[in-house]
Design a protein around this ligand. Structure first.
Ligand code: SF4
Length: 218
């Protein structure tokens, strides 16, 4: 199954003007992680085969601008006080030898001696923190733990479309261990070209920009 699928793609990809991913020095961003959790095969098409996903890129740029404008208006000092924040750093870029990197909206220094990542989401809070957002925070937590050498056992999300609701997300040892597995899986796809399974959530394929070239198991 795997071979036949990649062979079928070879003609399609042969003439494409690829955005080359340097697999040897590849390091995983939060966006890469979110896309992999959306569908591992999406990562294969985008980052291993280098097939551009134009529409999504445009959407991301638009979304990025909107949230930037929103962040400029938000000053949730009262929220930070509520969680015992005594200091903070904004827009912190960090990378790790584990093969991950990212810009953390805020690093909060808390009065219990721990630190935490704060991430803004241009989204409504739906009474649950989705797995992809939990692991994005885990990635940020790993980065700040390695850099500041302080305990990180929770993260925070502000949902800007729910009146700036602040949600605390526990970051457990199990989540750090799972992140390590996800990182290894992503690097296996991007660096070794391992052909991953399709998402089991069929609805995701409907809006996927790779649906016409993907041999979906649906
Ligand atoms: S079409 Fe479905 S299975 Fe294929 S890459 Fe897109 S989301 Fe994944």
């Amino acid at each position: 199954m795997r071979e036949s699928c990649t062979e079928g793609l070879s003609e399609f990809t042969k003439n494409m003007n690829h955005e080359i991913v340097d697999a040897a020095v590849f390091s995983i961003t939060a966006s890469d992680l979110l896309e992999y959790l959306f569908c591992p095969r999406f990562t294969y098409f985008e980052l291993y085969l280098g097939i551009p996903e134009h529409e999504e890129r445009r959407f991301k740029v638009r979304k990025g601008r909107t949230i930037h404008e929103d962040k400029a208006k938000i000053n949730p000092d009262y929220l930070r006080k509520k969680i015992g924040c005594i200091d903070r750093k904004k827009s912190v870029y960090l990378s790790s030898p584990k093969g991950i990197r990212g810009i953390i909206d805020e690093v909060l220094f808390l009065n219990d001696g721990s630190i935490a990542a704060l991430d803004y989401k241009y989204a409504e809070y739906k009474e649950v923190t989705f797995k992809n957002h939990q692991y994005q925070l885990t990635l940020y937590s790993q980065l700040i733990h390695e850099h500041f050498h302080m305990p990180v056992n929770r993260g925070f999300i502000i949902y800007t479309r729910s009146n700036n609701k602040l949600v605390e997300v526990p970051i457990s040892e199990r989540m750090y261990a799972n992140l390590d597995i996800i990182i290894e899986d992503i690097l296996n796809v991007v660096q070794k070209g391992m052909y991953p399974e399709a998402t089991k959530y069929k609805a995701r394929c409907l809006d996927c920009c790779y649906k016409n070239i993907c041999e979906k198991v649906i």
